[in-house]
Design a protein around this ligand. Structure first.
Ligand code: AMP
Ligand code: GLY
Length: 417
């Protein structure tokens, strides 16, 4: 099978890594990719937001499956353009991707499907904003309705800051604060059949101890030893299947990856958000644990034959990923710094620990930083403590001037807390 992956972050590197290890994959392309993905896939330049260009590239490459990684192309209708060209595509239509593209749309779907989530108001005027903030009280949760690359949500005790964020958005969702640990649960679906993956936990704040600003994610681990073993079944029944059924009922079936961001609150499991694509960095740890070859599963979702795909098989291993971010991330990340130590990790730590590239590019023979999140150092081990140790050993070999990473990824879970 010839496969084309759209995107160029650590998530796409993880997808390409898994696909490159799948004997059913005869040719693997990634557009636009990055310096690390170039080692496992042939890179092609493309404007990932241009559906016509992506469909033309897929046709030229005779791709038999296109996998769209990031949300922006999905919301822009890139999967629709590829599907219209007659090529199976893993990723929802623009309409179904509104589940991520509009928080208000997601709330409406959840209400119709009876999915448990935070109570919320959609506000468009300062009066509505004040009323909603007053109704819920602190801590305030204020969400820009549209896509904002992880920066649209403000959670704060400070009324003035909550108000300022709300007034800076055209349309804003203000909602009840949910306490309790967060879980990311992904499901692959063809619009009818839903196949859950293993749960993971992401670390959204920039600094150790969950301090500092929100980021795209600074690390992740899986499995979650502290979680109720029935969690996946419960979320399937209460969240994933009803959401997929509701979107089908509306005539906009969702196929691809449905990401449920959950809060495990004292009053039960609640949806914090949906995403319409694999999460980053959770994908890095979830795919590290998946034994089933990936291409056939994604193709089953793309073609509407997921019911014929055998049950997924998972490794007993635990996986941890630690994100190395550039100087000044997430504010104004500095780019263009050389990255050293990649060959040492490959020589000394492989195959259980490896580096997935996010924002990197080649500059002559050197690999340099090209984004906020630069690398996602991933490792597997017999338990979280061992996976953590291997991941941080590899992190220590990487040299990137001014870079930052959290030192506490999976620490509590590894200690059984
Ligand atoms: P989102 O983009 O909706 O995932 O929000 C980003 C982050 O903000 C989440 O991962 C949570 O940590 C936090 N957050 C969002 N909604 C809530 C909520 N209702 N209560 C508490 N924290 C929230
Ligand atoms: N890890 C959070 C996200 O992918 O949105």
């Amino acid at each position: 099978m010839k496969v084309l992956v759209i995107g160029g972050g650590a998530r796409e590197h993880a997808l390409c890594r898994s696909l490159s290890l799948d004997s059913d994959v005869s040719a693997l392309y990634c557009a636009p990719g990055n310096a690390g993905i170039a080692e496992v896939a042939e890179l092609r330049p493309v404007d990932a937001l241009d559906g016509g260009a992506v469909a033309a590239l897929a046709t030229e490459l005779q791709a038999e499956l296109v996998v769209v990684g990031p949300e922006a192309p999905l919301v822009a209708g890139v999967a629709d353009a590829v599907r219209a060209a007659g090529i199976p595509v893993f990723g929802p239509s623009a309409e179904a991707a509104q589940l991520e593209g509009s928080k208000a749309f997601a709330k409406d779907v959840m209400a119709a499907a009876g999915v448990p989530t935070a109570r919320s108001y959609v506000c468009t005027t300062p009066e509505e904003v004040d009323e909603a903030l007053d109704a819920f009280g602190a801590p305030y949760v204020v969400k820009d309705d549209g896509l904002a690359a992880g920066k649209g949500v403000v959670v704060t005790e400070d009324l003035a800051a909550a108000r300022a964020h709300a007034l800076g958005c055209d349309r804003v969702v203000i909602e009840e604060y949910l306490d309790g640990p967060e879980v990311s649960l992904f499901a692959i679906t063809d619009g009818v059949t839903v196949v859950p993956l293993q749960p993971a936990q992401d670390f959204k704040r920039a600094l150790d101890g969950d301090e500092g600003p929100n980021t795209g994610g600074m690390g992740a681990y899986s499995p979650l030893p502290w979680a109720d073993p029935k969690l996946v079944d419960e979320v399937m029944e209460l969240v994933l299947q009803p959401t997929v059924d509701e979107l089908r009922r509306r005539g906009t079936p969702f196929s691809g990856l449905l990401y449920a961001g959950l809060a495990i609150t004292s009053r039960g499991t609640r949806v914090i958000e949906f995403n319409a694509r694999f999460g980053d960095p959770e994908t890095q740890v979830v795919l590290a644990r998946l034994r089933t070859p990936l291409a056939g599963v994604l193709l089953g979702a793309a073609k509407g034959t997921l019911d014929a795909v055998p049950p997924l098989v998972w490794r007993e291993d635990a996986a941890v990923t630690v994100v190395i971010a550039s100087h000044n991330y997430p504010e104004t990340p500095r780019t263009g710094d050389p990255i050293e130590g990649l060959a040492e990790v490959a020589a000394e730590d492989g195959p259980d620990a490896y580096v997935l590239h996010a924002g990197t590019r080649h500059e002559g023979d050197a690999v340099v930083s090209a984004g906020g999140r630069v690398l996602s150092v991933t490792a597997t081990g017999s338990d979280l403590a061992q996976a953590r140790e291997k991941a941080y050993k590899a992190v220590a070999r990487i040299r990137l001037d001014g870079s930052q990473h959290r030192t506490d990824i999976a620490a509590k879970a590894a200690e059984g807390r």
